[in-house]
Design a protein around this ligand. Structure first.
Ligand SMILES: Cc1cc2nc3c(=O)[nH]c(=O)nc-3n(C[C@H](O)[C@H](O)[C@H](O)COP(=O)(O)OP(=O)(O)OC[C@H]3O[C@@H](n4cnc5c(N)ncnc54)[C@H](O)[C@@H]3O)c2cc1C
Length: 341
């Protein structure tokens, strides 16, 4: 019998930030790779080999109903410095380590690179799946390697290149979806900072605090985020519901003729990224309610659970918004949030 903790008909309400009151048929937590291997090779897992999910803190998931399969959750919370040079430190972090605790750990040791990613909910394992990003930084810029176990219990080490990182994307969401469970992520942190402050009002907020340090950048990021984003403890949400669409420049220019204020961020010579929140706001959805779900009043990209919303209600709202954006601008917006059936 595996050493993992196994529970049946387990409530997931405290394991997803949308606050969906759903249950998992089986819920398993493991403390290390050996626990996980035994679990994957056990009779408990066998019937669910095609019907399981791995979750972190559930801050990017939308459960549409009770989950009839098996949910895996890592409790691997170890952190080890693997190597140190004059300029850099390599840190291996367990998949169950809370992401923001890792950022705090690095900032407090004057190690740099993660400070712009402060206060993003979730755990380290998922950060490497999602390629989390904020304020001009992406976690893939820090990742040295990702260790993961396949369903036969064999370990594989992925270099950053092998993870195929893109905007909120990786091989773990694409070709290898459902095939690997991340156990450790190794980050390369710098001893000398390279500040990234030219995003939104970050520079102004940092300068308010005086000197630019890891601590002041982290504080500024936290302050801005808390002023803009709803706290999931108060109002269930999963952050940005949609990805920002990337469109052809030509299409952008046509739209700009009609909507001169449409913002964009260049991606390459051919394409630009358009803020999905702006598109949604133009369609009049900001602050609108749909049953027990709503579009947040301060940030149109965030859908919220006003209390008692079902996953279907939130999905329904999202589909209506996407259809309106498509009709108005001819742009397809797709969810960043993972729907769990
Ligand atoms: C208020 C709020 C603000 C947010 N702001 C941002 C932001 O600024 N930038 C940003 O990028 N994201 C943001 N998010 C989204 C979210 O925090 C990230 O996507 C985060 O990485 C999800 O982590 P998690 O541990 O909750 O993963 P979950 O939501 O539990 O899972 C996410 C995905 O990762 C997979 N997964 C999780 N752990 C593992 C593992 N060990 N092995 C394999 N697969 C795994 C899951 O199957 C799922 O597909 C925000 C969310 C909220 C609620």
């Amino acid at each position: 019998m595996p050493m993992a903790r196994i529970q049946f008909n387990y409530p997931l309400i405290s394991h997803n930030t949308f606050g969906m009151d759903v249950k998992a048929k089986v819920f398993c937590e493991y403390n290390d790779e050996e626990d996980l291997r035994q679990l994957l090779l056990s009779e408990v897992f066998a019937p669910y080999a095609e019907n399981f999910i791995v979750i972190g803190a559930g801050s990017n998931l939308l459960f549409l109903k009770d989950y009839e399969g098996l949910v895996l959750h890592s409790c691997m919370k170890n952190l080890a410095v693997l190597d140190e040079t004059e300029d850099e430190v390599l840190v291996q972090v367990g998949s169950g380590y809370v992401w923001d605790d890792f950022v705090e750990w690095s900032v407090s040791r004057e190690l740099y690179g993660a400070e712009n990613l402060s206060a993003i909910p979730g755990e380290v394992g998922a950060s490497a799946v999602q390629n989390i990003g904020a304020y001009g930084a992406e976690v893939s810029q820090l990742i040295e390697k990702v260790e993961a176990m396949d369903l036969q219990g064999d370990l594989r080490c992925f270099s950053r290149e092998e993870c195929c990182y893109g905007y909120r994307d990786s091989i773990f969401k694409g070709d290898l979806k459902g095939q690997y469970i991340i156990t450790y992520v190794t980050f390369r942190l710098k001893k000398n900072p390279v500040w990234k402050l030219d995003y939104g009002n970050l520079r102004a907020e940092v300068e308010n605090a005086g000197e630019v340090t890891g601590e002041t950048v982290r504080e500024a990021v936290c302050t801005i985020r808390h002023s803009k984003l709803p706290d999931p403890e108060v109002l269930g949400n999963a952050g940005s519901f949609f990805k920002n669409p990337v469109i052809e420049r030509e299409q952008y220019e046509h739209i700009r003729d009609v909507y001169p204020s449409i913002p964009c961020y260049p991606v390459d010579e051919r394409t630009v990224k358009v803020p999905a929140g702006w598109l949604i706001e133009q369609c009049g959805w900001k602050g609108r309610r749909w049953g027990n779900a709503a579009v947040h009043e301060k940030q149109a990209l965030v859908l919220v659970n006003l209390g008692g919303a079902t996953g279907r209600e939130i999905m329904d709202l999202a589909e209506r918004i996407a259809a309106d954006v498509q009709k108005t601008f001819g742009i397809e917006i797709t969810p960043e949030v993972n729907y769990i059936l």
